[in-house]
Design a protein around this ligand. Structure first.
Ligand SMILES: [Zn+2]
Length: 318
């Protein structure tokens, strides 16, 4: 018992001296830089893909706080108290735009308006992307399809926006942001070229990508794939009898070799489609989020790579 107490006392003393030490170091660091802010750039991102891009381009110069985690829908989200605090304190904020975060009256815009945060340091990464439209279920309204980031070429444009934003708010470190972005952009260009070569290798009659949500519109248009889907966007009804019927008709007309299913959707509607059509579900692909850390597709580059690998394997035929 006495030994244990003594050990505990030693542990407490060691811990205290460590705290004292790190405080001392921190003070020195600040003094050395003579009034310069020694803290990292505080970055807030709306969802996982942008979080990953910001980490890649910002490297050691930034701390990234992400809002919508993997497993949560970025179309509809309620910011938590910590999110609002991070957004208030941020030096720079990134969001997708194209209505991913609900548009000008959506959760992200409301959150920024509720803080004292400046829209001038809040960057919409898909700002210069030509929007594509989806028609609402009743066929009356057109809405913007937010899923441009599934197209690697759009990823390239978004990366440039991140780079330019960092340079704008932190011009002292321009060279580092340029360098990090250049390495990253090279990898994205390589992936884009792979999308081209792989899809060209798929027989023309097999080039139909069937998924639950119509999330692959930009990707399909870029590389010449036909799109089949159950519902247009996650925020509408997912898998109504009319939606199922409509996709089954499309499958009769196009007879694709396989079906795909996204990692983040209810699997049952596509399973119904598979049963009714006799076409197998080949595998999962990513749409609204990257994988959890340490799992498949846990960076944007791996996410893009994984998708083209699965799409190619499924559609290439025998
Ligand atoms: Zn979606």
């Amino acid at each position: 018992m006495r030994n244990k107490l003594a050990l505990l006392l030693v542990a407490v003393l060691v811990a205290m001296s460590l705290v004292a030490c790190s405080n001392g170091e921190k003070k020195e660091e600040v003094i050395n830089k003579e009034g310069e802010n020694s803290e990292k750039l505080q970055v807030v991102t709306s969802f996982t893909i942008i979080e990953d891009m910001a980490k890649e381009i910002g490297g050691d110069l930034v701390d990234v706080y992400n809002l919508v985690p993997t497993g949560t829908d970025p179309h509809e989200y309620s910011p938590l108290p910590n999110d609002i605090k991070a957004a208030t304190d941020a030096d720079v904020l990134f969001y997708n735009g194209l209505n991913l975060e609900g548009g000008e009256h959506g959760w992200f815009a409301k959150m920024i308006d509720a803080t004292s945060q400046d829209w001038a340091v809040t960057y919409e990464l898909a700002e210069d992307i030509e929007p594509m439209f989806i028609t609402s279920e009743d066929g009356k309204e057109e809405e913007i399809n937010p899923h441009a980031f599934l197209d690697p070429v759009v990823g390239i444009e978004m990366t440039k926006k991140v780079r330019d934003a960092f340079i704008e708010v932190d011009p002292d470190n321009e060279a580092t942001y340029e360098e990090n972005a250049e390495i990253y952009l090279e990898k994205l260009i390589e992936i884009h070229e792979q999308y081209q070569t792989f899809i060209e290798k798929i027989p023309e009659e097999n080039r139909t990508l069937v998924t639950s949500e119509r999330a692959y519109q930009y990707l399909a248009a870029r590389y010449g794939l036909r799109e089949g889907y159950i519902w247009a966007i996650d925020t509408e009804e997912n898998g109504s009898p009319e939606q199922i019927k409509s996709l089954l008709t499309f499958l009769e007309e196009t007879s694709p070799p396989v079906l795909f299913i996204e990692t983040n959707v209810d699997k049952r509607p596509m399973e119904t489609i598979s049963r009714e059509s006799g076409i197998e579900i080949f595998g999962e692909i990513f749409s609204d989020e990257i994988g959890n850390p340490g799992e498949e597709g846990d960076t944007y580059l791996k996410y893009l790579q994984y998708n083209i690998d699965v799409i190619y394997q499924g559609l290439k035929g025998k």
